[in-house]
Design a protein. Sequence first.
Lengths: 56, 315
Amino acid sequence: MKKLLEHMGVEADRIHFSWISSAESTKFVSVVSEISAKVKAIGPNQRFVKQEAKVA
Amino acid sequence: MTGYTQKIRETAKRLLESCQVEMVIGFRQGTVPMMSEPCFVRKPADADQLIWDSHCGINLANYLTDRKEKIAVFAKGCDSRNIVNHIVENKIKREQLTIIGVPCLGMIDKRKVAAAVHSEILSVTESDGKVVVKCAAGETTLNKAEVLQSNCSVCRHRNPVIHDELLADPVPEQSDVDPYADVRAIEAMSSEEKWKYFDDLLAPCIRCYACRNACPLCYCPTCFVDESKPQWLGKSQDAMDIRTFHFLRAYHCAGRCTDCGACERACPVGINMRTLTKKLNKDCLELYDWEAGMSLDTRPALDIYKSNDPEEFIK
């Protein structure tokens, strides 16, 4: 799924997958920090915002 | 390929007369040129409607979903792979089916023919790799290779993978084709270019869902696009909704698509949405060494877990 999203032009750094056990709090913190740093670096995604309803 | 017609009629008649099957699914002449239509024959006397030509591109596996009777079906390479899919996914039982394999040399893309003649087409006939198009302005002869459906020109499974009878000797497979050249071209683009590419590709989409209806894989009683509780995606013509629809439609075919070209063929505005499913096919081949519908004995790539499954994407 990540590959197809990237294939369609979604930036690779926006898509993250991880498996974290409820006991792995440190891993959770590090993964979330890493993701938020990466997403901040590429900035807000304007493409997904619907500008206004298009009338057919 | 038109030479198959007589054999098809004989086979259908024999199977119906001996009560081996209750119904035969094949093709008959359509009402307009280049549009052979699916045909369901239940009486031996009706078997003479059946034909075979290079316009039988519709995937007949689509008509097998949840059928209860005994059916004989004529299957090209791609059809046979979709029949395997149907059997593996429990949409029909193998015992119900008499599969008559039709070695295929590719189907003609009606849009390519229409683009080549610029005039109303009255009839299209075929012999020895040449396609003769009779139109209002006169007669034109085209090379069949030039007007093949784009999926047929890169097809590597022309012969049926599963069959009870074979209509003719197997045709040579194309081994020197590169089915994924176009996917690789897109992969080489930057995110920005990819986004633009798909914006342009999907811009004409009118959300008619013909691609879904023509697809033999899309047999859910209620499609995700039609559901309202929850509503998975917007129903508008907004570019983002269209893109989401195509993304999800393609993803539902992951590891199942046989690149039969039914979706592209059915599209009224000529969108090549196969670009999306082909990317998934390529990934399945590279990551799992998997091609859909090749055997009844293996489970689909996304249906089983193996300890050596690639997992680089998980942190």
